[in-house]
Structure formats: structure tokens, C-alpha cells
Write a protein that binds this ligand. Structure first.
Ligand code: ATP
Ligand code: SF4
Ligand code: MG
Length: 335
């Protein structure tokens, strides 16, 4: 088992257990996501972090059953949303679940509105549902715009996206995504296309929508700064496995896995601009070359013989801090 970030709260809204994804034909399949487990409670935000290529997007696409159909993939494990296993629901039940149960925010909020349709039409489509009259839809659209801080919502409904500022367009996208009050919102790197100030505004808007609706959020990013800003818990992924998880403050202040330490060290210092970002020495193992060992061993300063022959089990302390490492860093150690 990999380190599994369990929410300390009561019944989780989303419970992922042993999620694995193998790409390719059975005889030469390559495992990209390996026994990933985590849970999310209402109102809580979990940050899933890790280097490019470690399997973050594959994890969320697999749990939403959105891996492209042309890709030959085998997905195993369970993904329970309010008790229903999404991996076993019939295809025809999925659209309803994806609207109000679990939904994904578009990667680039600036370009995800259709330039040919008014804001009102696009927002009303998000609010479409059985038994909602056109007049009521219009009222709800106005309410949604007001809720995300857009002034003169009645006038905005008749405008096209290019007539709104960038910040307003993002707010419309936020209103659209949350209009159906999803129980779980998944955001896969939604801010990388935005400049720093707009990014901060966007994250703050998501947090205030969450405060209002109580939705749970899974935030996928390679940016630990974003996690520190908006997440309650963090799960650190390396080569398809979760290697460390726990409360954001604890893990960032006192990381116990050597990979988490390296990831934090690769952040630019707050007080100065660097020409290039520091990187972690070495590279992720190529998928398919992964052995029965700690996958970080070739890059780890503390690796020893056992690390190269056995997968480290996940160990949880009393605070819910989970680490999968044969020789974790000392608790509270700054280095
Ligand atoms: N359809 C596919 N078939 C085979 N391999 C794939 C497929 N899609 C992704 N992969 C591989 O799976 C690994 C994980 O990719 P994934 O996109 O999940 O990473 P990621 O952590 O989201 O990276 P990033 O931070 O760059 O978005 C990569 O090695 C990628 O090349
Ligand atoms: S198990 Fe060994 S190689 Fe892996 S992170 Fe821990 S000390 Fe390093
Ligand atoms: Mg990705």
C-alpha cells in the first residue's frame, strides 16, 4: 500500500482506494498509477503534488472515468462518491454524477467560455435541469453572478465574453462550475496559464465558493506554494505512488520523505528572483522500468541496500502524517 491521506473527519464524500492504471495491452502493460488511496471530506481541500509526469492527471482522469476511449487502459480499485463506486456505475449514469456529484474545472479558465454566446446563455446551460423554467434559470444565473462578485449581473447576462475583463471571465467560469453545487470539485493545474496576481484572485474565488457551498476540492498542481495557500492536506506523488501525506502545515514544515524535502527545496526563495528554478537531481524513472524497490532510491541522499530491494510500507503517526520510507527524515528536522 502507498501512503494514504485519510481525512480525520467523519464520513468522506470521496473515498479512493487502491486506484491503479495500467496503459497498453495486457502482455506489455505499463503501470502509471499504483495503488493510490485518499479520501476527502465535505469542505476540505486536498493538494495532490509531484513532478511533471508522476501520474497526477492520469489519477484524476481515471477516477472521473475520463481517460480518452482510444487509450488502452486498465483501471482498478474503487472510487466511492457518497457510497457509489464510480468505476462500476453504468456509462449512462455518469453524466448525472459528473454534474452534481463530482466535476472538473477547466484547465484554462480564460479560454473556456465560448466567444460566440452571451454570458447568460452559457450560464443558463450550466443551470439546465429537469423542472427548471427559463425564468427561474435566469434568476438563478443572476444569483450565481452576484455570488461570485460580479456587479450589475442583469446587464452582464447579455454581454459576450470579450466584453468582460479577464478577472470577470474567470468568475463566470467559477459560477458555471459551481452552479450545480457539486459535492467534489477537481482542479487540475487550473492556474498555470494565468499571471501571478490573477492566479491569486482565482484561487481566492474558489475558496470563497467552497466556503459557501461546502464542496470538497482536490487540487492537482506541481506548485507547493499554491498548496500552502489553499489546501488543508497534501498528498505527495512520486512515480505513480503517494509517498507522503498529512496536514499541509505539518508536511511542509517537517517533511519526512526525502522526495518531499527535495521538492520543497526546489521552490524559489520568496525574497529573490532566480534565472532558473532549482531542480531535483536525476529524473523520474521511465514508466515500465519501475522495480520492486523505493522508486526514489536512485535520487535519494539517504538510500541504502534495503531501499533498492523492497517497497517501503506506509506508516501513519498519531497526527495522521503518513510516510512510505525505510529511513524517514527525523521529525522536526529542518534539513
Ligand atoms: N495514454 C497514455 N499512454 C501511455 N502513457 C501515458 C498516457 N498518458 C500519460 N502517459 C504517461 O503517464 C505518465 C504520467 O502522466 P500524467 O499526465 O498523469 O502526469 P502528470 O503528473 O499529470 O504530469 P504534469 O505535471 O506534466 O501534468 C507519463 O509518463 C506519461 O507519459
Ligand atoms: S526508502 Fe530509502 S531511498 Fe526511498 S526515500 Fe526512504 S531512504 Fe530514500
Ligand atoms: Mg498533469
Amino acid at each position: 500500500m502507498t501512503a494514504s491521506p485519510r481525512s480525520p473527519q467523519a464520513t468522506p464524500v470521496l473515498q479512493v482506494d487502491g486506484l491503479s492504471v495500467d496503459f497498453g495491452r495486457a502482455d506489455d502493460a505499463v503501470r502509471i498509477v499504483d495503488e493510490v488511496s485518499f479520501s476527502l471530506a465535505a469542505g476540505e481541500t486536498l493538494g495532490l503534488v509531484g513532478e511533471s509526469g508522476c501520474g497526477k492527471s492520469t489519477t484524476v482522469l481515471a477516477l472521473l472515468r475520463l481517460l480518452p476511449p482510444r487509450v488502452s487502459a486498465r483501471v482498478s480499485g474503487t472510487v466511492k462518491l457518497n457510497g457509489d463506486d464510480l468505476l462500476r456505475l453504468p456509462e449512462k449514469a455518469l453524466p448525472a454524477v459528473r454534474g452534481r456529484g463530482i466535476t472538473m474545472i477547466p484547465q484554462n479558465p480564460m479560454t473556456s467560455l465560448n466567444p460566440l454566446f452571451t454570458i447568460g446563455r452559457q450560464l443558463e446551460e450550466c443551470l439546465d435541469g429537469p423542472g427548471v423554467s427559463p425564468a427561474r434559470r435566469r434568476e438563478l444565473a443572476i444569483e450565481q453572478l452576484r455570488a461570485v462578485g460580479i456587479s450589475e449581473p442583469e446587464r452582464r447576462l447579455n454581454q459576450f465574453p470579450h466584453e468582460l475583463s479577464g478577472g470577470m471571465r474567470q468568475r463566470v467560469v467559477g459560477a458555471c462550475v459551481t452552479a450545480r453545487s457539486p459535492r467534489v470539485l477537481i482542479a487540475d493545474e487550473p492556474t498555470t496559464a494565468l499571471d501571478a496576481t490573477v492566479q491569486v484572485q482565482y484561487l481566492d474565488m474558489l475558496k470563497s465558493l467552497q466556503a459557501r457551498s461546502g464542496m470538497a476540492m482536490l487540487f492537482v498542481t506541481h506548485d507547493i506554494g499554491v498548496v500552502a495557500r489553499i489546501c488543508d492536506r497534501i498528498a505527495v506523488m512520486y512515480a505513480g505512488r503517494i509517498v507522503e501525506s498529512g496536514k499541509v502545515d505539518t508536511v511542509l514544515r517537517s517533511p519526512r520523505h526525502w522526495y518531499t524535502r527535495a521538492l520543497i527545496d526546489s521552490l524559489p526563495p520568496l525574497d529573490r528572483q532566480l534565472d532558473r528554478l532549482p531542480t531535483i537531481a536525476g529524473t523520474l524513472p521511465r514508466p515500465g522500468t519501475i522495480t520492486e524497490a523505493c522508486r526514489f532510491a536512485p535520487r535519494c541522499p539517504a538510500a541504502h541496500d534495503k531501499c533498492r530491494t523492497d517497497i517501503p510500507p506506509a506508516v501513519t503517526d498519531t497526527d495522521g502524517h503518513v510516510v512510505a520510507c525505510w529511513t524517514p527524515r527525523e521529525q522536526g528536522s529542518g534539513q
